[in-house]
Design a protein around this ligand. Sequence first.
Ligand code: GZL
Length: 324
Amino acid sequence: MFRRVSAAIAAGLLIAGGLTACGGDSGGGNDDGKITMGFAQVGAESGWRTANTKSVQEAAKAAGIDLKFSDAQQKQENQIKAIRSYIAQKVDVIAFSPVIESGWDQVLKEAKDADIPVILTDRAVDSKDTSLYKSFIGSDFILEGKKAGEWLVDDSKTAKGPVNVIQLEGTTGSAPANDRTSGFADAIKADPKIKIVASQDGDFTRAKGKEVMEALLKAHPEANVLFAQNDDMGLGAMEAIEAAGKKPGVDMKIVTIDAVKDGMTALANGQFNYIVECSPLLGPQLMDLAKQVVDGKEIPKRVLTKETTFTQEQAKTALPSRKY
Ligand code: GZL
């Protein structure tokens, strides 16, 4: 609910560059004026995550913010431990990407009681109490799923027979998996010949994407489309598709989300058919928000990242200048 309402409110807050702030006194930060941020990262599960970590670390350095960084290996209990350690260290601000949507209220309350502001980046939480964090900066995952589905509806207009989709979902319980699944399902309702014949968690990794796809291809030889909720699962699945004697991008059309370099290369080579971009480059805007929060300024509750889509031709043009 929060994501839908806030996405509408935040529609005008698309970031092209910096953010405006309103009110609040200056102040905050350590005695030497340096801000310390505790960042609890999900893990290192995908090319997207690696690019996101690089963006956060480089932006902290450029902003003169002292960054304490932890990698939770995609485990919620590790992220909660890291947040508690940042509270104990009395950092000025905490930022994190919640690996799954639920189970954060207790630790966020501890941060609030310690008067340490929290900024959500990349993924959302399903807490009803939105006072537990100052802002959520990240993509509209429902829209990303919708864009992928709308492409398939358009591409299927010329399809002679049934369009049988295998869907590789992201990490079960995560905001991107939940929202991309619902956005895609809504969009493909426009064409009854499009059917999802199987949908399973591939945990956003290449290895799991390949493993799950091997099994699903055996169970569903009728499948002729793969919707992978990130490039890495699509790249892993591509190996399984080839091993099954099918040509990726031809016998099995592939639509994914992220647009990291390896995915864009597969798209430019005709192995993928369409990619919906999900930008990992949240670092600069996060540091901008953190400085304002520490200075006691009000910041937007929801900050949407700008992103686009790529066809095979567009990928060929875009690849040379891709930052990640
Ligand atoms: C989306 C991000 C997802 C990416 C995956 O913002 O949370 O997690 O789509 C990554 O590649 O693992």
